[in-house]
Design a protein around this ligand. Structure first.
Ligand SMILES: Nc1ncnc2c1ncn2[C@@H]1O[C@H](COP(=O)(O)OP(=O)(O)O)[C@@H](O)[C@H]1O
Ligand SMILES: [Mg+2]
Length: 287
C-alpha cells in the first residue's frame, strides 16, 4: 500500500487573539495527499485555505488533531527542518519572498539554511533556475523582474531544496495572463517529473488541470474528487457560489441542443476534440 505523503487527521485550528477571544477557522479537517498527486484547493475568501496550507509544512500547528508529513508530526519541533525541506511553500506576493539582491543568491539562501554543502550548491541552483526557465537571469537583481519572473525565482528557491511537495497559495493571483501561464507550465512539468503539488487557486482553468479538487467552505471540506466529478456537480457548485471552467459551461450548453455532444468536458482542448469527433462521425469536414 502506498503511504500518504501528507496526512491531515481531524485538524481544527483557531487563531488566538488574546486570552478570551479566539477565531475558530478549521473544523475537523481530514484528508491524505499521496505522492505524485496534483491537488487544487478551492473555496471562498476567508474559508480557511491559507490557514490550511500553512499547516502542511508546520508554519501553523493544529489546535487539535494532527498533520503528518512522511509520518513525522508537525508538532515535533526536532522534525520541523526535515518537514520544511519536504514540503515547500510559495505565497501570493512575489516581493515578500525574495531576500537577496541577485537572483542566484536568492536561490542559494534557502540552501544555506538547510546546510547544503557548497560543492552541490551550484548544481542545485543550476537545476532550479533551469527548471523555472530563469537561467539567463541568474546575475540580475530580482527587483527588476516582472511579477511572474519573481514568482518563478521564488519557486526556484523552493525546488532547489528538492522538496517532495510544492504548496502554492494563490501564487498566480498577482500575475498577468502570461505570468500565470508560465507558472502553470513550470508546475505542470514539476508534477510530470513526480513532484506532488498542492495549489490554492481561484482559476478554474487551472483546477481543470489538477488530478484532484478539494472544496473548502467555512473551515470544512465539502467536496473532494476529480475535476470532472466536481464540475459535473454544477448545481452544488452554484450553491457554493463557485465558478466552473468556461469549457464545462460550454459543453453543458451544447449538450442541451445536441445530446450526442458530451456534457462532462472540462478543458478547452476536449471541446475541440469533441467537435472534431462528432463532425467526422457525421461526415462534416472541419479544417
Ligand atoms: N493571523 C490571523 N489572525 C486572526 N485571524 C486570522 C488570521 N489569518 C486569517 N484569519 C482569519 O481566518 C479566517 C480564514 O482565513 P484564511 O485562512 O486566510 O482564508 P482564505 O485563505 O480561504 O481566504 C478568516 O476569517 C480570517 O479573517
Ligand atoms: Mg488565502
Amino acid at each position: 500500500m502506498i503511504e500518504p505523503l501528507i496526512k491531515v487527521n481531524d485538524l481544527s485550528f483557531e487563531y488566538k487573539l488574546n486570552n478570551k477571544t479566539s477565531i475558530p477557522v478549521l473544523k475537523g479537517v481530514s484528508f491524505d495527499i499521496f505522492p505524485g498527486e496534483y491537488v487544487a484547493i478551492v473555496g471562498h475568501n476567508g474559508s480557511g485555505k491559507s490557514t490550511l496550507s500553512k499547516h502542511l509544512n508546520g508554519i501553523l500547528k493544529p489546535s487539535s488533531g494532527d498533520v503528518l508529513v512522511s509520518g513525522s508530526n508537525t508538532k515535533e519541533l526536532q522534525m520541523l527542518r526535515e518537514i520544511r525541506q519536504k514540503v515547500g511553500m510559495v505565497f501570493q506576493h512575489p516581493d515578500n519572498q525574495i531576500v537577496a539582491t541577485i537572483v542566484e543568491d536568492d536561490v542559494a539562501f534557502g540552501l544555506e539554511n538547510i546546510e547544503i554543502p557548497a560543492a552541490t550548491m551550484k548544481d542545485r541552483i543550476d537545476y532550479a533556475l533551469e527548471a523555472v526557465g530563469m537561467s539567463e537571469f541568474r546575475q540580475r537583481p530580482p527587483h527588476h523582474l516582472s511579477g511572474g519572473q519573481k514568482q518563478r525565482v521564488a519557486i526556484a528557491g523552493i525546488i532547489a531544496m528538492k522538496p517532495d511537495c510544492l504548496v502554492l497559495d494563490e501564487a498566480t493571483s498577482m500575475l498577468d495572463t502570461y505570468g500565470r501561464r508560465d507558472i502553470l507550465n513550470v508546475v505542470r512539468e514539476l508534477n510530470d517529473d513526480g513532484m506532488t503539488i498542492v495549489s490554492v487557486t481561484h482559476h478554474m482553468s487551472e483546477v481543470a488541470e489538477a488530478s484532484r479538487v478539494i472544496v473548502i467552505e467555512q473551515g470544512q471540506i465539502v467536496m473532494d474528487g476529480s475535476p470532472r466529478e466536481i464540475f459535473q456537480q454544477y448545481e452544488r457548485m452554484q450553491q457554493l457560489k463557485l465558478d466552473i471552467p468556461v469549457a464545462s459551461r460550454l459543453a453543458r450548453l451544447i449538450h442541451e441542443y445536441d445530446e450526442e455532444f458530451q456534457s462532462d468536458l472540462i478543458r478547452n482542448n476536449e471541446i475541440i476534440q469533441e467537435v472534431v469527433r462528432l463532425s467526422a462521425k457525421r461526415g462534416v469536414f472541419v479544417g
